[in-house]
Design a protein around this ligand. Sequence first.
Ligand code: NAD
Ligand code: GLY
Length: 374
Amino acid sequence: MYIETVNVEIPVIKPTSYPIIIGNNILKDIGNAIKQNTKAKKLLIVSNKIIYPIFKDEISSSLKQAGFEFEALILEDGEKYKNIDSLQGIWNKALEYKLERKDAIVALGGGVVGDITGFAAASYLRGIDFIQVPTTLLAQVDSSVGGKVAINNDFGKNLVGAFYQPKLVYADIKTLKFLPEKELKVGLAEVLKYGFIEKTCRLKDSQNNFIEFLQNNKDKIYSLNEGIMINLVKHCCKLKAAVVNQDEKEAGLRAILNFGHTIGHAIEKCSNYQGINHGEAVAIGMKSVFSIAFKKGLINENYYNESIKLINEYKLDYKIPESISTKSLLEAMSFDKKVQSGKVIFVLSTNKAEVSIFNDVSDEQIAKAIKLSK
Ligand code: NAD
Ligand code: GLY
């Protein structure tokens, strides 16, 4: 019998780039921005009970002026609603509203709304345009950019999802004025992270002086000074875009965005995602990895002290709750998504604003570092 093997190449059209528009008091112009970046006639806005009432009027009148038909789906507030039921709710609402493939879904909210809406958009009719309108600092500097979308399930956070890029990110820093300080600090932990990994992001033409910017502008950042915040969000987005551009699907470099997160995620998991929030856990995680790096001789004492001081100055000096044992943290780390061939992956500082990925950190080294935050 003659067996022939044939090989058919399917050319795949790569996604194009998308704009991130950052400004102060720009929600009133959102309709035109969406019009310029999609072919949608109808929009489904997904938001939550806290956020939608604050921005509803402004957004509605802008969308109406731009000629859009739209409806809103309002989710309950909180991480525990980032689940399959909410996802199903978005799909059903989109079907009832007869949203077509050329239409679009708008995520108005923090990372929870953004992640779940992005996943709904990725899967609805096999993919429909979506627009991120991030309203928390974390979402503006991190989750709305880079295309990771997901829901949680019984096994853990973000375990079911996709890489699906938005058509537009539209960040109005005015929204941060409504944010409780606790939530602002969650975003600030991620902002500091960008300082600590900046050079390794390999952003072209960057002066790589974000740490100094953060050292010099703490008060202005805490008071949400307009010019400073626009520059801050812009620089973080550029750093993230540079990393995603080099490694969209996290085959290597993108893992540096998890600086401080290996221990941070374990703390969140061991606290059942209650009592200690993401920013607090990441801040502890960053201090711990600085300690590991210092003890391994990767960084000098000056940089170690300077980094810990910066974290403390940003009011991110937290302790691990008494109830969480070192043993349970080590166990939680071994289940992390960042485990490769049984080894936990750590992003460690190797120099000022530089990091590298390590898989040889021992349980003893981790335990010693954790002890400092107990
Ligand atoms: P969040 O979305 O839960 O928002 C925090 C709180 O602030 C909520 O109560 C929310 O209702 C409220 N809120 C949002 N905007 C507000 C505003 N302008 N004024 C007043 N209140 C407001 O939390 P988050 O920190 O934005 O996001 C966390 C989520 O992001 C997690 O699920 C995490 O897994 C995900 N995440 C995703 C990525 C990614 O790349 N996709 C990256 C980092 C984090
Ligand atoms: N927040 C990590 C990432 O986007 O890869």
